[in-house]
Design a protein around this ligand. Structure first.
Ligand code: C2E
Ligand code: MG
Ligand code: MG
Length: 420
C-alpha cells in the first residue's frame, strides 16, 4: 500500500541564518537550500519553506518506509555541505554558512490521507527529537489512533503519579577526574508504573512539556533533590546536585523565585545547586533566558549547558550567557579512545569551556581508558556508567561513603576509580 510522509527539516545555525535574513545574501542562501531540496525530490513530491530555518517536504506515494529513511539521509548530506558565494574582492567563492540539519519525518500507511494537523504535529515532534538524536534524523510511523489513546491514558496516569508523589529521583555521581573524588550528582527522574514498567525519563519530560505538567515535574525533582541533600548534611556529604530544566521552565519568570524559596525551605546553600539547560531550550526562549539565568546566578547557584555539541554549538551562547559548566555530549565521548576526530573535538570543547571560564564535564564515561584520556585532555569532571549508573538516594549515600573511605586510604593523586 502506498504511504505518505512529511519531513520537517530545521536548519541549525539559525543564529547566523537569522542574521543573514537582513542581509542581501539571505535570498541566495534560501535559494541554494531550495535548489538542494528540489534536487532530491521526485516529481510527485512537494516542499515549502515556512521560515528561514525550516523546510517541509511532503512525500507522496511512498512504496516503502525505507524510501523515506533514504530521502532523509540524502537530504541531510546535501544540506550539510557548506554554502559558497562569490564575495567582492575575492577571486574564489567563499563559504557563507554551513547549516546543521535535523530531520524529523512521520509517515502513514493509512489509505486515507492522515489529518494534516496530526501529521504536522507528529513531524514537528519527530524533528525536536531528531535535534537530540545522534545522527539528527528521526523517522517514525504516525501514531495510530490507538497510540494516541495510550498517550492520553499515560498522561492521566502521570498526572496522578505526580500529584501523589509517586515519582522518584535517582542520582548519578559526577567525578572530579584530577582527584577521583565525587563532587556532585545529577538528579534524574524515574517513574515505575503500577504494572512495574519503567517509563523512559525522556518520555516523561516530553509528556510533561507537551501536556503542561513541566512546572510540577521540575518542582518535584528540585524539592526531592534538596530534601536528599538536607538528609546528607548529617552524614557530612557536602556535594552539589544538578537538576535538569526544560525549555518551558526557561520562559517561566516565576521559577527563579521558586528556586530561592526551595533553597531556604530545605536550608541548602545555593552554591550546591546547579541547573542544567540545553542550547535548544535557550534558543526557544532567547529573550527571557538571559534574565532568567541572571536571577538564578544572583542567588549563587550554578548553570550548566547540557548535551553540548548536539545543537547549535554556538560561541554566541558561551559568550553571551552566564554559564559555569559545559557538559560535553556523550556522542563525542563514546568512541573517544579509538576515534582521533572525537579526540580533537573533545580537546576543542574542553579548551572552549576553559576559555570561557567554565568547567568541562564529559557525559557517558563508560571505561577507565576513556576517563584517563579525558583527564589527559584536561577535562575537569566525568559522569557515566564507569563510576555508577543513576541510583536511588539511599544507595547513593552508601556508594558515596564507600568511595570516601577509599579516598581516606589514598593520597588524593589521580587514579581513576573502577566501577563499584
Ligand atoms: P541528560 O540530562 O543528558 O542525562 C544524562 C542521561 O545519560 C541519563 O539518561 C543517564 O542515565 C544517561 N547516562 C549517564 N551515563 C551514561 C553512560 O555512561 N552511558 C550511557 N549510554 N548513558 C548514560 P536518563 O536518566 O534516561 O535521562 C534521559 C534524559 O531525560 C536526560 O538527559 C534529560 O534530558 C531528561 N531528564 C531526566 N530527568 C529529567 C528531569 O527531572 N527533568 C527534565 N526536564 N528532564 C529530565
Ligand atoms: Mg542533564
Ligand atoms: Mg546530557
Amino acid at each position: 500500500m502506498a504511504k505518505v510522509g512529511l519531513m520537517i527539516v530545521t536548519l541549525d545555525r539559525s543564529d547566523r541564518l537569522a542574521a543573514l535574513a537582513q542581509a542581501e545574501s539571505a535570498r541566495f542562501v534560501i535559494s541554494e537550500i531550495c535548489r538542494r531540496v528540489s534536487g532530491i525530490l521526485r516529481p510527485s513530491d512537494r516542499y515549502a519553506v515556512p521560515a528561514i530555518d525550516e523546510v517541509w517536504v511532503l512525500l507522496a506515494d511512498l512504496p516503502s518506509e525505507s524510501l523515506i529513511e533514504l530521502a532523509a539521509h540524502t537530504l541531510k548530506d546535501s544540506l550539510s555541505r557548506p554554502i559558497y558565494a562569490a564575495a567582492p574582492g575575492t577571486p574564489a567563492p567563499v563559504p557563507v554558512v554551513q547549516v546543521r540539519p535535523a530531520i524529523g519525518a512521520c509517515w502513514s500507511a493509512e489509505q486515507l490521507l492522515p489529518d494534516p494537523v496530526i501529521l504536522l504535529t507528529a513531524s514537528h515532534d519527530a524533528c525536536q527529537r531528531a535535534r537530540r538524536a545522534d545522527d539528527h534524523i528521526v523517522v517514525r510511523k504516525l501514531d495510530s489512533a490507538e497510540d494516541l489513546i495510550n498517550r492520553n491514558a499515560l498522561e492521566l496516569e502521570l498526572r496522578k503519579a505526580l500529584h501523589a508523589n509517586e515519582l522518584e529521583v535517582f542520582l548519578q555521581p559526577q567525578i572530579e577526574l584530577q582527584t577521583s573524588r565525587c563532587i556532585g550528582a545529577e538528579a534524574l527522574v524515574r517513574w515505575r508504573r503500577a504494572d512495574g514498567r519503567l517509563i523512559s525519563p525522556s518520555l516523561i519530560a516530553e509528556l510533561c512539556e507537551e501536556r503542561g505538567m513541566m512546572s510540577q515535574l521540575t518542582q518535584f525533582v528540585l524539592n526531592t533533590s534538596l530534601r536528599h541533600m538536607m538528609a546528607w548534611n548529617s552524614h557530612d556529604v557536602d556535594i552539589s546536585v544538578s537538576v535538569n530544566l526544560s525549555a518551558v521552565t526557561l520562559a517561566d519568570m516565576n521559577f527563579p523565585a521558586l528556586v530561592a524559596n526551595a533553597l531556604s525551605t530545605w536550608n541548602i546553600e545555593p552554591r550546591r545547586l546547579t541547573l542544567e539547560l540545553t542550547e535548544s531550550a535557550i534558543v526557544q526562549h532567547e529573550r527571557s533566558a538571559l534574565e532568567f539565568m541572571r536571577q538564578i546566578r544572583s542567588y549563587g547557584c550554578s548553570l550548566a549547558l547540557d548535551d553540548f555539541g548536539t545543537g547549535y554549538s554556538s560561541f554566541a551562547y558561551l559568550r553571551g550567557f552566564p554559564l559555569d559548566e559545559l557538559k560535553i555530549d556523550r556522542s563525542f565521548v563514546r568512541n573517544l579512545v579509538t576515534d582521533a576526530s572525537d579526540q580533537r573535538i573533545v580537546q576543542a570543547l574542553v579548551d572552549l569551556a576553559h576559555t570561557f571560564d567554565m568547567r568541562a564535564l564529559a557525559e557517558g564515561v563508560e571505561t577507565v581508558e576513556t576517563a584517563e584520556m579525558l583527564h589527559d585532555l584536561g577535562c575537569d569532571i566525568g559522569q557515566g556508567y564507569l563510576f555508577s549508573r543513576p541510583m536511588p538516594a539511599e544507595r547513593f549515600l552508601d556508594w558515596y561513603r564507600e568511595l570516601r573511605s577509599d579516598w581516606a586510604g589514598r593520597d588524593g593523586t589521580a587514579e581513576i576509580v573502577a566501577p563499584v
